[in-house]
Design a protein around this ligand. Structure first.
Ligand code: SF4
Length: 326
């Protein structure tokens, strides 16, 4: 059996996205915020479902800009017109966020436009009624409703995707989310959960070694619970685990575990060569893809089906080059 990879550019994974990032001229001033990363690099691999919540609730193009307004010490934040505070669209944006979260059942992730009072995922500027900025930021109203309604959906801001670690983390979660829904939720069973967990083990280890044990326990004790309880408990724990960012240390640990799995078949010269690359990776001399490529070579030649199927070896489309940066 060859190493199992995630589906290559078939675009079978759909992402929600703020429409202005697609180059759609939907901003308050009739402009857009076209993302070359999304449009040039991601569009070969993912299908996009674009949404502009402000246009969807009936605000025109162009339109008066809106902003978040709150009071010091109070959590409640409203979305109102910058010039016309009576224009309060909070409830409409929240309602639309809930509706869209329920309607977009086929998405496996969502890329949001940062700093927007509607779409911003976090830390959007909040103002006092008198126009002075308040300390802490807040999520945009649409994004907040979306994330509260679909708490396990991978969500990220386009700006943060320029950070290689956050970017790899997001797409690992997106691909795991997609795989879960296509491999388990289409026909849920205890066996489907066990099989799914079996191929995710080293991905889980790379993100959080402690959760590797606790997720294993959830699966091992799964047959004592009703299936829907197991499914919810496992998937919630998995998506929380994958939010942890894999580090050089945890990747090194995971690669060593995989090598250890083949210790009887990988000879000492091959092993030393691999250890040298792992050390160079650990010292930030080479990117992750370098030791991973050699590891995949050994897995291909010496691994059994269990190890060949591990998603850790290719958690997202390799052409995206998400492991190619130092
Ligand atoms: S940030 Fe959101 S609401 Fe604003 S223009 Fe873009 S898609 Fe529309």
């Amino acid at each position: 059996m060859a190493i199992v990879s995630i589906p290559e550019p078939s675009k079978e994974i759909t992402l929600g996205i703020s429409a202005c990032l697609m180059g759609e001229e939907v901003r308050y001033n009739g402009g857009h915020k076209r993302s070359s990363f999304c449009m040039n690099q991601l569009s070969d691999f993912f299908h996009f479902q674009s949404v502009c919540p402000e246009v969807a609730i009936g605000l025109g193009i162009p339109r008066e800009p809106i902003r978040l307004v709150g009071e010091m010490g109070k959590e409640q934040v409203r979305v109102v017109g910058t010039d016309t505070p009576e224009l309060d669209v909070t409830d409409q944006l929240e309602r639309y966020g809930k509706e869209k979260a329920m309607e977009l059942t086929d998405i496996s992730g969502y890329i949001l436009m940062q700093k927007s009072p509607s779409c911003g995922m976090e830390r959007v500027k909040v103002y006092h009624e008198n126009g002075s900025p308040l300390g802490a930021g807040a999520p945009g109203a649409y994004a907040k409703a979306l994330m509260e309604t679909r708490p396990l959906l991978p969500v990220e801001e386009e700006g943060r995707l320029h950070d290689p670690v956050l970017r790899e983390n997001f797409f690992t979660r997106v691909c795991a989310y997609h795989r879960w829904h296509s491999e388990v939720m289409t026909n849920p069973s205890y066996k489907a959960v066990v099989d799914f967990h079996s191929v995710q083990k080293y991905t889980i280890m790379a993100h959080n070694p402690q959760d590797y044990a606790s997720l294993g326990r959830i699966v091992a004790e799964g047959s004592k619970k009703p299936l829907n309880e197991l499914v919810n408990e496992y998937f919630t724990a998995l998506m929380e685990t994958l939010k942890h960012r894999a580090t050089r240390k945890s990747h090194t640990n995971t690669m060593m575990h995989i090598l250890g799995y083949m210790k009887k078949t990988v000879d000492s010269a091959e092993r030393n060569q691999f250890l040298k690359l792992v050390e160079e990776y650990r010292q930030e001399i080479v990117p992750l893809i370098v030791p991973i490529t050699m590891l995949k070579h050994h897995v291909e030649n010496h691994g059994n089906d269990y190890i060949k199927q591990q998603t850790y070896l290719e958690p997202h489309p390799s052409q995206l080059g998400l492991r190619n940066r130092l």
